[in-house]
Write a protein that binds this ligand. Structure first.
Ligand SMILES: *Cc1c(COP(=O)(O)O)cnc(C)c1O
Length: 357
């Protein structure tokens, strides 16, 4: 069976180079070799995060750190910005952690807007906000800079930002924006196998966490900080992922961060042209469209599942047929990771063929 190439918005294709790094021989996680590996990637990670803070490696998917952030930071009440599947779930997760939580809810397909956030925070009820920068389920990118500026007006409110599907595709300067926890995962914008989450915390976040009683162990941010001082992780990490990350960082810095951002913008524009050319519409409003994936509104009422089946059968590739309640009503095309003008153009040609029936 030939491999089916993934154009779904995560997990995405992993390069042979990354896989080769993933398969390196094992080393002890308390050895000097490990410490050297860990320390060697810190400067590049800090540059990518736009932070002077240590960058932590968590052997979990993103949700581990998303839940951890709630347990480490929420004292009074958390405001969960909700605009799609992943951001909606954060309210549920907050409540399951036993926290007071409330949603700032907009319809799927809409962004979170600064005025609405400001109005909620003005109540003084909240000490923490969760925000998903790029809502992967709907293809909406909320205006991060403007939202961060709103949170800055409230000195007692900490901001947790999930950048799972936007990290390294667009700039997210953590310190400059005043983000208190910035987190991402391995299998989306970074094009690595699933299983690693990467995150950093502000000084304010550490101060708050230090006062928290029930932060547990596995995702205790203070424990991560303590171990990081010795170039280690609290528990045995997926060392394979760290080798893969080292290799991926090599790729990113060889291309150049700005060139990487420009490539994503260009590929995203190619997909947008295809959408318009074929008479489809976008699920996200103009100005709030993701740069790393496109959520296409199925206004022509095509049989999305049938088109995708043809794509798989004829070209050994798949796109996504719509997330949850948007299944069949939308479809999503990823331009994350290592895709190039050539691979995206090729995909769009295949889609043209598969649209015909
Ligand atoms: C995929 C995704 C997650 C969840 O990631 P897991 O790896 O399944 O934990 C969270 N947030 C966003 C924006 C995502 O796209």
């Amino acid at each position: 069976m030939p491999h089916t190439k993934l154009f779904i918005p995560g997990p995405i294709e992993v390069s042979q180079k990354t896989f080769a790094a993933f398969c390196k021989p094992m080393i002890g996680h308390r050895s000097n070799d490990f410490k050297k590996l860990y320390a060697s990637i810190q400067p590049q990670l800090q540059t990518l995060f736009g932070t002077k803070q240590p960058v932590f490696l968590s052997t979990s998917s993103a949700w581990g750190v998303m839940e951890g952030a709630i347990r480490n930071l929420v004292v009074k009440k958390v405001l969960n910005c909700m605009c799609g599947a992943f951001s909606d779930k954060w309210l549920d997760v907050s409540q399951r952690c036993g926290k007071q939580a409330e949603g700032l809810k907009v319809e799927w397909g809409q962004p979170i807007l600064p005025e609405a956030l400001d109005a909620k925070l003005a109540t003084g009820e909240f000490d923490t906000v969760t925000l998903i920068h790029n809502e992967t389920s709907t293809g909406v990118m909320s205006p991060l800079k403007e939202l961060c500026a709103v949170v800055k007006k409230y000195p007692d409110v900490l901001l947790i930002v999930d950048s799972v599907s936007s990290f390294s595709a667009v700039p997210i300067p953590m310190d400059e924006l005043g983000i208190d926890v910035l987190l991402t995962g391995s299998q989306k914008a970074l094009a690595m196998p699933p299983g690693l989450a990467i995150f950093a915390c502000s000084e304010r976040a550490f101060e708050r966490a230090a006062t928290m009683k029930d932060r547990g162990y596995y995702f205790d941010f203070i424990e991560f900080k303590k171990n990081q001082a010795d170039d280690m992780t609290p528990s045995t990490p997926s060392i394979a992922h760290i080798y893969a990350l080292q290799s991926k960082l090599e790729d990113i810095f060889a291309e150049g961060i700005e060139a990487r951002h420009a490539r994503h913008a260009k590929l995203n524009a190619l997909v947008a042209d295809w959408v318009v050319r074929n008479g489809f519409e976008f699920f996200a409003p103009e100005g709030y469209r993701s740069k790393s994936l496109t959520c296409v509104k199925n206004n022509k009422e095509i049989d999305v599942a049938a088109m995708n089946a043809r794509l798989k059968e004829r070209y050994h590739a798949v796109i996504d047929g719509g997330y949850g309640k948007l299944k069949g009503k939308t479809f999503r095309i990823s331009n994350m990771g290592d895709e190039t003008e050539q691979t995206i153009s090729e995909l769009l040609g295949w889609l043209d063929d598969c649209l015909k029936g």
